[in-house]
Ligand binder design. Sequence first.
Ligand code: IMP
Ligand code: MG
Length: 177
Amino acid sequence: MNDTKSLITAAELNEAVLKLGVLLSEQYKGKNPLIVGVLKGSFIFISDLVRAMDIDCEIDFMAASSYGARSNSSGNLQIIKDLDTNIRGRHVIVVEDIIDSGVTLSRLLAILQKREPQSLYLATLLDKPARRQANVDVDYACFTVPDEFLVGYGLDYNEKYRNLPDISILAEHVYSE
Ligand code: IMP
Ligand code: MG
């Protein structure tokens, strides 16, 4: 029953997301940035974030899965859903739910960089630096989090818990069973 414990409340999330929205609105005014959400975990974060931005912007989504997570080569990233938008010459803001090992994202960013955007910015809701394996340049993290398995506000365990309003710690017995 009590499988989750709140770590970051909905009110704290709201405040942090509004702050990032204001910052991005100042930074990208007149630049019509393309906001790229990395599915599925970022869907709630991105929908709150874009409503905190009062400038023109466009939104697109990508989904990818990494295999061979222990290697650092950029070869084995499978793009499950690619962008609909040509990003060449565009200001791109990649929005992630959480950066853990960083493997997925470092590969994804390498692929996007090859498409020659005018700029590429990485904003993540959560940064979990304890388990980093790949070098990722995080431009903005709303929260740095401890090495726990987190769920809620879009983040899942086996596709569950995405709808929790808080970011919560999942009890170890749930995923070690
Ligand atoms: P990375 O390649 O290890 O950085 O994997 C990042 C992806 O793994 C994230 O975008 C999440 O989808 C997932 N992930 C990593 N840590 C957690 C967690 O604590 N809870 C839920 N999903 C996580
Ligand atoms: Mg993700």
